[in-house]
Design a protein around this ligand. Structure first.
Ligand SMILES: C[S@@+](CC[C@H](N)C(=O)[O-])C[C@H]1O[C@@H](n2cnc3c(N)ncnc32)[C@H](O)[C@@H]1O
Length: 268
């Protein structure tokens, strides 16, 4: 991204790395600043598998969204932790499978907001909305999402690569259950989450590097800790697995390196 001055005008602090922009750098995007690239490179040095992991995460997002729209009949999506646009954004995958679907994005990063403004001005159908909000305030998210989504009908809540940015002191389990309580039975929850119990040593050094350099802190969690986000929900096959193993397109895809747990679950 060019122009620190114009970034300042939009309230973007370019001096400290932010997760959306570091993620964008790993995905080969251009919406990042020197601090984001330096953090991205430091993490790659500590843990070279990170680039494959974030790509596997985008592929998981696309497979899960496509399944929900094309096979599970879901027409409403609440994608929290949108990130900077990359390949296969949720609305692209969903609208290709179900043109009558609606997608609400939520993020708190000002760079994501800038992209969202462009996206929304190009959308004349009203099928897409964007909320500038914090996952730590579920009532605000639900209230604003109700502009576009009908909460008396099923909604897919997408929490893709965001919950490891919510510290225990902010009670991520309670945040997820507040969101689940806001949707009707037949709704779905999709989560991908950095794992602390796959490649443990490398993941710890990666998280330490990220936490030294990034504005947000990251907390990878164990399989058991991630499974607890799905308490009271029915996990779909194959359950909570390494993300490349969730309904892979091919056997070789399932062997991809990725240090994240992921699953899709349905509310009874
Ligand atoms: C690692 S990126 C993931 C982007 C996308 N979901 C993906 O998987 O490719 C995490 C995103 O979550 C956003 N985020 C982190 N904490 C958040 C919070 N408390 N509220 C809203 N958004 C948050 C960041 O700004 C960033 O865009």
């Amino acid at each position: 991204m060019d122009g620190h001055e114009s970034a300042d005008r939009f309230g973007i602090d370019t001096s400290v790395a932010h997760s959306a922009r570091v993620h964008n750098y790993w995905l080969g995007g251009k919406d990042n600043f020197a601090a984001d690239r330096a953090t991205g490179d430091a993490v790659i040095a500590a843990y070279p598998g990170i680039v494959k992991s974030v790509r596997a995460n985008r592929a998981f997002l696309a497979r899960a969204a496509r399944f929900l729209a094309a096979e599970a009949g879901i027409r409403q999506f609440l994608d929290i932790g949108t990130g900077i646009p990359a390949a296969d954004n949720t609305h692209e995958v969903v609208l290709a499978a179900a043109p009558d679907a609606r997608v609400v994005y939520v993020d708190y990063d000002p760079v994501v907001l800038l992209h969202a403004r462009t996206l929304l001005t190009s959308d004349v159908s009203g099928a897409i909305d964007y909320i500038d909000a914090d996952l730590r305030d579920p009532p605000a998210i639900v209230r604003q999402a109700a502009r576009t989504l009908d909460f008396s009908r099923p909604v897919a809540i997408m929490l893709i690569s965001i919950l490891h940015l919510i510290l225990d002191r902010d009670d991520p389990y309670d945040l997820v259950s507040q969101l689940v309580n806001a949707v009707v039975p037949g709704s779905y929850v999709v989560i991908s989450h950095a794992a602390s119990d796959i490649d443990t040593g490398a993941m710890i050094s990666m998280a330490n590097r990220l936490n030294e350099l990034m504005a947000q802190q990251a907390v990878p969690r164990t399989h058991r800790e991630v499974a607890a986000f799905f308490a009271g929900l029915d996990l779909l096959e194959p359950g909570l697995v390494r993300i490349p193993e969730w309904r892979p397109a091919s056997v070789s895809d399932s062997a991809a390196r990725a240090q994240m747990w992921g699953a899709v679950a349905r509310k009874r």
